[in-house]
Design a protein around this ligand. Structure first.
Ligand code: RB5
Length: 175
């Protein structure tokens, strides 16, 4: 059985939370805590759904910030910030953001203090993002990687522990 170091200590929530279209914290009717959160813009919608289904099939609780199937073109910061801010507030153990390239989502999410978002395009990067950088958000590009590789990266990202030590000392230099 795969262990998920990122999820150790995460609040167990066996109820798979429903999809929401838009984030509005003060309108959200119930507890937001889930182990993982996902979000995408229109260019990452299909891969985001594949990632979510993959995580749900593994028995993990996933909160989906959208974008919805119906929405037209949207702006990635409008989806990156709600997830990143919620993660930084401790509502989720980790997040996965998907856009066309994976870059815009990472740029936006990394503006939130406490977030370390890593844009990855192969399994080595996904492993290093955790082992050396203690990344808590993986960003993926639907126009960059196929679904099989993306899901493999998600598994590696969740299964790899942070090595701490000298890597923590380096992270401590980043405000
Ligand atoms: C949308 O066309 C695309 O620019 C966006 O998904 C993302 O790749 C930006 O970084």
């Amino acid at each position: 059985m795969i262990q998920f170091p990122l999820l150790v200590g995460a609040k167990e929530n066996t109820m798979n939370l429903a999809i929401i279209d838009e984030y509005a914290a003060n309108k959200w009717p119930g507890p937001m805590e889930a182990q993982l959160a996902v979000a995408s813009d229109h260019a990452g919608r299909r891969l985001k759904k594949a990632v979510k289904d993959h995580l749900l099939a593994a028995g993990l609780s996933v909160f989906d910030f959208g974008v919805s199937d119906e929405a037209d073109k949207v702006d990635y910061p409008d989806y990156a910030f709600p997830l990143a801010e919620s993660l930084a507030a401790g509502r989720f153990a980790a997040g996965i953001l998907v856009c066309g390239s994976g870059l815009g989502m990472a740029i936006a999410a990394n503006r939130v203090r406490g977030v370390r978002a890593a844009s990855c395009a192969n399994e080595f990067l996904a492993r290093m993002a955790r082992a050396h950088n203690n990344a808590n958000i993986l960003t993926l590009g639907e126009r960059v990687v196929g679904e099989g590789l993306a899901l493999a990266m998600v598994d590696v990202f969740l299964a790899t522990p942070f090595e701490g030590g000298r890597h923590q000392a380096r992270l401590d230099k980043i405000p």
